[in-house]
Every structure is written in C-alpha cells, then in structure tokens.
Design a protein around this ligand. Structure first.
Ligand code: MN
Length: 569
C-alpha cells in the first residue's frame, strides 16, 4: 500500500471522518512558580501564589474555575516502578499522591497512596518521557483527567494538612466520591502514607480493574506507545511554563508509483480510471495542455502533471501530510487566470482526508484538504491544482506554526544576483545564531528560507522573530530593500516579507510546480548552492527535478518536524 513505514495508517484511504484533533496541549502561558528538582512545599507555592496574585482572572484554563470546579489528573507513570500519580488542583498547585496500584472504582479496595511533592499546574497536561536519571525518569501518560469538588470542606488545603480529604471526581474514567486519609509516616522515606478508597456510591463498580483501562485519555496511547515515540519531554530544571519540550515527530515515508502503474497511466485515453496504490482515480482531460513549453521543449499536459505528482510523492508528502492545504488552481492551463481554492467540494471522493478548521468564522472555509497519500496528490493534479500551499501549522495545533518563513520577494528591478546577496546575508545571520534552516528557490524569481520551529510559538512570535532578522538583513543593503506595503511604492525593490507568518497564510510547498511555461518547480537547495553560478530560481522543472533528487536528495527533508527553539534576537 501507500506507506512502508509503521505509519501506514496515515497513508491508507481515509473515510469522511475529520482528522482527529489532538486536544490543545498547554494552557496559555501564565506566571508560574519555578520548579526545582528538590520537592517544593505546598506552603512555598501558596506564599508565592499569594504574592503574585493579580486582579485579572486567570483566563488560560490552568487556573481554578470560578465556579469552584478544580482540575484533577491521574498520570500513569512508569519510573523505577509503575505507579499512578493522582493530582488535585489545590491553591494553585497539583497536590499529589503516588498510588502504586492506581485508583479504582471498586469500593471494597483500599489503595496505598504516598503523599509526594506538589507539582506545577502546567504538568497536568504532560504526556511523554522524562529522561532516565532525572527525577521521575520514565514514561508518563494522562491516564484520566477532569474536575473535582471538595466534599464537606471549603479549604481542601487545610484538609490535606489535617490528613483527611473527601472529594467528588468527574473524570473520564473515575467518577464518584473518593477519600484520601493519612495513616502516618512510612518507612525510611519520611513520606506520608495515605489510603485512597472509593465510597459505596452510585458510581462504585465492584471488581473494577485499573490495569484494564490502560490508555491515555488525551492521545489514546499506552505507556509502551508513548515510550516508543514520545511527543514531549519534561525538563524539571526549567521554569514550569518552559519545562515541556516537544520532541521530533516521526515523519512517515511513502513509496512512489510502480513502473506498471505509470505505464497504466500512459495507456489511458483522454480519460479513464487509474488504479494507483489501491485507490481508483477517475481522471479526465488527460491530454489537455496545462503548461506551454519552454526553451523549445514540448508543452506539458495534465497527464504529465499527474505523473509528476505521483513520482514526486515520496519527496513532497512529508511537507503536506499533517496540515491543511490551500490550492492555486489552473484547470484550463497556466495561460488562463488561476484562482485560490480551499473548501473541500461536495463531489470530492470520500477517501480524501479532510480537516475541519474549528477556529474558522462562519463565512470562512470550514473543511480543508489534507494531502497524505500518493493518490491524493494525483487527484490534486487532475483537479488542476498546480500550486500546493501547505499551512505552516499542523492540524493537531493549528495556532502553533512548525515553520517560520523568510520570503525574499524580488521587486521588478531586483536581479537574481541581488536576491542572492540577500539570501547570503540571511545565511550569515542564521549560521551565527546557530539556527537550522534551508533555502529554496521558488521556481519563479525569488528565494525563501524555511526555519523549522517547535510547535510552541504563536504566529505573532514567529512573525516578530522573522521581522527582526529581516530588518537586520535589510539594514545592511538599504538600496536593495523596500519596507513599503504596496508594490507600487517599492520602486521595484525587493521586499523581505515576514507577514506570511500568520495562520492560514502560506508559501508554495517544496517540489510544487509553479504556473509558468515549462512547469518550473520550487526546489530546496543546500546553502552553498547559493554560490553556484549555474543556479537560477526556475532552474528545475517537473521534467528535471527527479533527476536532481536522485543525486542531490532533498537537503530540507532533515528539517521536517525538527522541534527547534528560536534564539532571542
Ligand atoms: Mn510519578
């Protein structure tokens, strides 16, 4: 089938169901007490919190709900020994017990619970791995979460200090009244031993087995699955709002078409059904010219674009598979005006993956394509979608870009040599800052630089960062650059465009064709290729880029999914 890696699921035909959206991982940043490796006493947190109290409500979701609901989380944590960390939000921290056998709904079972150090509220959403050798080293899943209310006390912090707390939990697995009661100091650890039990109430379930419910309520994954491919790690040396670090996601891989599949495409008449990687595609107008020829070569037809999309799939899909896409369509060829297309049309086949943009206004596009397999790319070509513009954020966190984009946009008087001067200045700046990035020629006249970022920044932050570095570059060569918004006011000078760093703003994907004669392609290049006298911005076309890839490969591929922090400028 389409994929050869473990992520075959990703590339398999999809039903109409929307891409599952992961819950927002972190609450909005808020001022948090710094967390040290050494246990921090509840009293310390309380003092800190009172000191920092501000008149505004804490709107980020991490704070205590004004209605009185507080958050709880149970994390299944495999450290030196398996245990469940039961954490209740009290007075601005997560008051915590480590329960070796885990909480249960069985009212006839009492579970030992060791009262452990408070954790910051930010930790409540954490799922991932803590490095071996660190405090709590091991893997963690969010086993249950929800809200709770104290029973028979208005001061649960005091109730904990007094050694007895009754609570009503409203979780996804845990429901009903639980009792925490102190039994005294234990063994040599000096930690308080408590008991945790479920009352005989309407939520009690005799015989309920904690270990039979072993999946995360946020990701659906088990501890084994998180350990094998963690999404995040926790750095307890950092302040709480900086401690969670996203880890590089595993990028799937895709096979190209077989020779016999390509031969079948060539054997079709003007239209017909093409079966590729198990998907049936109804193709039309295959001999329609989409691109006039260039440099004396013949014109290129829709069949040529479909063939290219199929062959380039292993290189192009890593930039597309996990994000919404905006299409620039030229169904009647690039000599006619094209148009932007975003909404998935009603006639689109059900196997195409789509994603609902929950932040969309009512009059905005609601459903976007997600191109995650070879057949989808072939379908796009048949649809006349010549330019593919992926969002810079993934569908799992659409407000958090994974790329910061630098766009060297030539003016009418800008020569390619001048664009290269600007690109080389960025090269010096980015190298000096130690930032991983890669340039690409656009297939038209310009050069872009793509900077991978960890998905924790807002678009405002990546835009500000790109603006700062661009202003610094522009100051070196003020005669080449205009900062005017309107093209006509730029006197033909280049623009260093940082404004594409915004939600739903996009640049053309690496390896997407451009709407011009000869079907030029946007191609990532190595930094030292800026000094290659043969380089031109439209050097490679859908006829030639696969030959380049066979020898040079894609120098940008290693940056896909790289969780890079941006240095302060
Ligand atoms: Mn633990």
């Amino acid at each position: 089938m389409a994929a050869r890696s473990s992520s075959a699921k990703k590339a398999a035909p999809q039903t109409k169901a929307p891409v599952k959206k992961a819950p927002v991982k972190k609450a909005a940043p808020r001022k948090a007490a710094p967390v040290k490796k050494a246990p921090v006493a509840l009293e310390t947190y309380q003092a800190k919190r009172d000191f920092e109290k501000t008149p505004e409500p804490s709107g980020g979701g991490a704070g205590e709900d004004p209605t009185g609901d507080r958050r709880f989380v149970v994390q299944r944590h495999r450290a030196r020994a398996l245990h469940y960390d039961v954490r209740l939000e009290i007075d601005g921290v997560l008051v915590s017990w480590a329960v070796p056998k885990g909480p249960t709904l069985d009212p006839d079972v009492r579970r030992m619970a060791v009262h452990v150090e408070d954790h910051p509220l930010e930790y409540a959403d954490f799922e991932g791995v803590i490095p071996r050798g660190e405090y709590g080293g091991g893997d963690v899943i969010v086993w249950d979460r929800g809200t709770w209310v104290p029973h028979d006390t208005a001061d649960p912090g005091q109730a904990v200090r007094d050694g007895s707390l009754h609570v009503d939990l409203h979780g996804e697995k845990l429901h009903g009244r639980f009792v925490f009661v102190r039994r005294g100091k234990g063994g040599g650890s000096g930690k308080e031993q408590w008991l945790l039990l479920h009352k005989h109430d309407e939520f009690a379930v005799p015989g309920w087995d904690t270990e039979e419910h072993d999946r995360s309520v946020t990701s659906g994954r088990t501890n084994d699955e998180v350990q094998a491919a963690p999404a995040a790690t926790w750095n307890s040396d950092a302040s709480a709002d900086q401690a969670e670090i996203a880890l590089r996601r595993e990028v799937p891989t895709w096979d190209g078409p077989t020779d016999s599949e390509l031969a079948a495409l060539d054997a079709l008449g003007k239209k017909g059904v093409w079966v590729v990687q198990g998907v049936e595609l109804a193709l039309t107008n295959l001999d329609k010219v989409l691109f006039p020829g260039r440099d004396g070569e013949g014109a290129l037809t829709k069949r040529d674009l479909i063939r290219y999309h199929a062959r380039i799939a292993p290189y192009l899909l890593p930039y597309l598979y996990d994000r919404a896409i905006n299409l620039n369509r030229f169904p009647n060829g690039v000599d006619k005006a094209g148009f932007w297309h975003k909404e998935v049309p009603a006639h689109a086949p059900e196997w195409l993956t789509r994603w609902h943009y929950d932040d969309a206004r009512d009059d905005d596009t609601q459903w976007y394509f997600v191109v995650d397999q070879l057949a989808s790319l072939a379908w796009m070509a048949n649809y006349g979608a010549i330019e593919l513009h992926p969002w810079t954020s993934a569908t799992t966190a659409s407000r958090r870009p994974t790329w910061a984009l630098i766009d060297i946009d030539p003016g009418t008087r800008t020569t390619f040599d001048e664009a290269l001067v600007l690109a080389r200045l960025y090269r010096v700046a980015l190298e000096h800052l130690g930032v991983e990035s890669q340039p690409k020629v656009t297939g038209k006249r310009g050069i872009q630089i793509w900077v991978p970022v960890t998905p924790r920044y807002s678009f405002e932050q990546t835009r500000d960062w790109v603006e700062k570095i661009s202003r610094a570059v522009g100051q070196m060569v003020p005669d080449l650059v205009s900062w005017k918004w309107h093209t006509r006011e730029r006197s033909g000078l280049a623009r260093l465009d940082y404004t594409q760093n915004a939600v739903n703003k996009t640049l053309v994907a690496p390896f997407s064709a451009r709407p011009a004669a000869g079907a030029p392609v946007s191609v990532p290049i190595a930094w030292d290729e800026l000094d290659d006298p043969e380089l031109t911005p439209d050097r490679w076309t859908i006829r030639t880029v696969l030959d380049r890839l066979a020898t040079a490969g894609d120098p940008m591929a290693r940056l896909v999914g790289l969780p890079q922090d941006l240095p302060e400028l």
